[in-house]
Design a binder for this molecule. Sequence first.
Ligand code: SF4
Length: 398
Amino acid sequence: MPVEQQARLDPYMAQIITYRKSGLSLNHIIGCPLDCGYCVRHFWGDFEHKTPQLLCSTSDAIDSLLTHPAFRPSTTPIQLFNKATDPFLPGVKPHLFQVLQALDAEGLDNLVLIITRFTVTAEDMAMLERLRHLRLTLLFTYSGITDPRIEPIAKSTITTTSITTACAHKSRTKVVLYWRPIVPGWNDQPETLGHVLTVGRQADAIVFTGYYHKQENDAYLRDLGVPLPYSEADYHRRKIMPAELDKRVVTAWLESGITTPLFRKTSCGVSYAHQVPDYNGHWGVRELCDICPVKQRDLCAADYHDPDRTEFEAVLADLGYTSEYLLDEGRIWTHGLGEQRRYAIQHTLRHQIWELDQPHMLHAHGRSLTGHQPSDEELQQFNLIRQQFETAARFDDD
Ligand code: SF4
């Protein structure tokens, strides 16, 4: 992409490496023709950018990833092309394979997440299976949406064919059916839930989640005449997945008899597939774990521990961060660190690291509060934590 065009990009879109909840994320190609109506690129004014373009060379991007201050061999989960394109588009795939081969040649065994809804062939799978070290997961976004205004690709069988192909040829590569977004009225009818579960039958895991409801994609979808069950009052930085909808999805899965495990969190599905404890430490948010296989719960439970101040400060020092924090009966509260730093700590400790200004509430964990109204008691408890945090911070200043 020409330099002058890059200079006009939203700063977030222009960032080649960002640290996200699911991993350190490499995105040196932006642009996508698939036109999913709910696409997050609406948020950064990049939706009209349809042709994938390089922001830098792939070898420079690989260097930037490996020299990123928060990158740690084995520990840091990696995501490739998950912000602004689809990694299996014809113009992107050669770069995806170049990155994978380069990382694998370094002997790195980090978890690598690749999210796609596009064509994955038997030859692609053969290439992925030749990797020797990386622990790779393909996450196929598939939601059973049939309205082509919301997902033009829904008119085809591209995604379901790719899932079948990937499942037929996988061995060391793991496959997750990424069931998102689930939105009332779009794809929550019992037959649609049943259909998606059937598609996930061959996968290693199914991960379900909701929809980012923000002004930008709301305006786009309403212009197309797409009905949305949420209002302006529901705009939120987190995805919407009301408790009632969560319950219906879980019930549909239980009643389906499908044995593929179901997860609420991406990292849980990926960790399960690779038989490791959840790298985001969701075991500390136990209400998420009620649907998880017993063997995986045992793995997470055995791995989980609450760090003390010495351990926490050692991790801060290793990453070069400073922060006010409060260790409160297993909860770690920070303030002002920023998402990217919090996730680096979280993945190092495999323990949730929370931000005081964006509290997590029971059963709404990591989700918008639409459909999860916190009780007075929960709000009161949180106010107490805020007071404790401020007192501890004052104490530390002394
Ligand atoms: S036990 Fe809980 S934290 Fe671990 S993978 Fe299962 S759902 Fe996630």
